[in-house]
Design a protein around this ligand. Structure first.
Ligand code: UFG
Length: 346
């Protein structure tokens, strides 16, 4: 099949592209390289050869995206391109709206013009905000009340998708904390700036940072530090493959409904249990064999105490469940890539 992947030079988009290429598909990546890496495209080209096409363009450039769709004979779009830092979104809310919501609408306009009517969208647990009384786990029916412009911009695009079922079949996958790297070591995680817990711990292990600052140890959690649901990027990509199959069939159970062939579907993607910051730190210490000095600092604004998924719906509907449930194993894949690429993609 022929796919277009927006944001395919970024962390999650590149791993999804890799899977499609490994499966023999043709992929056109559209990425403006604002935060994506040319090095990731080069790594993908080594796998896909001529089955990978790269178009350096912004998703806000509707005409360029339409050209890429036509030139690539694209049937289905996986949409990862986004700004994704919660903290930055508080300072630059307009940029988040423009890229994540308006950018998505621009992509849809190009798809509609080209007769492409299948989309998988990279959404986020940040669309839920802080559930009432911290009720966990989060199901797909937990009210979506984002507490930052990042979550709001992603939710706004989900709402756009929900309103487009006259011509579009789409899936929003709401990711919890994505971690790890391609187990074969071909791709990894390289954010500039890096704000995520696991890569920061590993950068300390590599000697690139002096220490980890734990953002608060007085939360109402078992050890006082925040609890998150860490899902391996390979499992996450598997969920996309399962969602694509549901989109192709038009319905979750595989039957084709001719009355309403298009629909909007949404699932949470997490392992269904949380690990605390302390547990993650201990795991990174075990895996790397380094001491990883850490100090307790103040809370980071907007961090809810505990967030983890109820993934029962996607297990029931698509048969997906996380295979990487051991935190040390997840961390090891990230560590292997980082050790082999101490300067990231540069
Ligand atoms: N943390 C620290 N010190 C650090 C970095 C992080 O203590 O230097 C803590 C945070 O306070 C948080 C946990 O580690 O409790 C995880 O933080 P991350 O920044 O790795 O991830 P977040 O949970 O803040 O956010 C991630 C994604 C978002 C997504 C969210 C959904 O970055 O895009 O998961 O759960 F919306």
């Amino acid at each position: 099949m022929r796919f277009l992947v927006t944001g395919g030079a970024g962390y999650i988009g590149s791993h999804a592209t890799l899977r499609l290429l490994d499966a023999g598909h043709e992929v056109t990546v559209v990425d403006n390289l604002y935060r994506g890496h040319r090095g990731a495209i080069e790594a993908l080209a080594r796998v896909g050869g001529p089955r990978l096409r790269f178009v350096e363009a912004d998703i806000l450039d509707t005409a360029a995206v339409a050209r890429a769709l036509r030139d690539g004979g694209v049937e289905t779009v996986l949409h990862f391109a986004a700004l994704t830092y919660v903290g930055e979104s508080m300072e630059r809310p307009d940029d988040y709206h423009r890229t994540n919501t308006t950018g998505g609408e621009s992509l849809l306009a190009a798809m509609r013009a080209c007769g492409v009517h299948r989309l998988v969208f990279s959404s986020t647990a940040a669309t839920y905000g802080v559930p009432d009384a911290g009720a966990m786990p989060i199901t797909e029916d937990t009210p979506q009340r984002p507490i930052n412009p990042y979550g709001a911009s992603k939710l706004a695009f989900e709402q756009v998708l929900r309103a487009q079922t006259a011509w579009l079949s789409s899936v929003a996958l709401r990711y919890f904390n994505v971690a790890g790297a391609d187990p074969a070591g071909r791709l990894g995680e390289d954010h500039r700036p890096e704000t995520h817990l696991i890569p920061i711990c590993l950068e300390v292990a590599l000697g690139r940072r002096p220490q980890l600052t734990v953002f608060g140890d007085d939360f109402p959690t078992p050890d006082g530090t925040c609890v998150r649901d860490y899902v391996h990027v390979e499992d996450l990509v598997d969920a996309h493959v399962a969602a694509l199959a549901a989109l192709e069939n038009g319905t979750v159970d595989g039957t084709v409904d001719r009355q309403t062939p298009h629909r909007f579907l949404r699932w949470n993607i997490g392992i269904g249990r949380g690990y605390s910051v302390r547990e993650v730190l201990e795991s990174c210490r075990r895996v790397t064999g380094h001491a990883i000095p850490a100090a307790i600092g103040p809370r980071r604004e907007g961090d809810p105490p505990s967030l983890y998924a109820d993934p029962a719906a996607i297990t029931r509907d698509l048969g997906w469940r996380a295979r990487w449930t051991d935190l040390d194993a997840i961390v090891r894949t990230a560590w292997d890539w980082m050790r082999a690429h101490p300067a990231g993609y540069r």
